[in-house]
Design a protein around this ligand. Sequence first.
Ligand code: BGC
Length: 244
Amino acid sequence: MRVLGIDIGGSGIKGAPVDIEKGVMLTERYRIPTPQPAKPKPVAQTVAEIAKFFEWGGAIGCGFPAVVQQGITRTAANVHGKWIGTNAAALFSETTGCPVKVINDADAAGLAEMVFGAGKGRMGVVLLVTIGTGLGTSLFTDGVLLPNTELGHIEIDCEDAELLASDAARKRDDLSWSKWGKRLDTYLNRLEQLVWPDLIILGGGVSKKHEKFMPYLTVQAEVVPAETLNEAGIIGAALAGKPG
Ligand code: BGC
């Protein structure tokens, strides 16, 4: 079955039709810069432009960087405040004319990794951390997702962990790989004390450079980079968009 997967991010909105049985994108992804300010209406119009580009008439799944409950976005850490309480699924259905499901972006990436990537067939507790502008988390037990965990916002030394250990923080503070790797390690150790994962999967663009910072990680859980990398957000969103 083919579902259009769309990954909504702070700087770009990317989409591609996905074969959700095989977990592969059927074309190159199509990307449009996120309109600024990224309020619901212009973002919904961009989502519709992506659907139009693929002449799409079927199911759509969207990953969104906030808590999403029954299609309603509940938080706005790195997005416009107008999203809080917006029925994103209804809004995107209206602009695209297609059935749309919306899921948290880290949960989407986690689904892709559990079905097709580094978490495939893994039982026990698996934690995926996506490292980008924000820190997103996705938690599975025996392959079942506990949605909207938001563990990127736990506090370390009275600071939001995302402000210390995200890739944006690494760039903002111009940190060396060793300095940032140690911050990430502090964060992962705190997570380990809270949820005791058997496996930690690190995703987001920076996971491509995993050999630069993995040597600084001291957690006892097995830690591996994501396998679906850049495509996880789109493939996972498509998985979540499956009708029914
Ligand atoms: C948001 C999460 C999101 C993560 C990654 C965080 O700031 O609170 O909902 O998954 O960023 O985009």
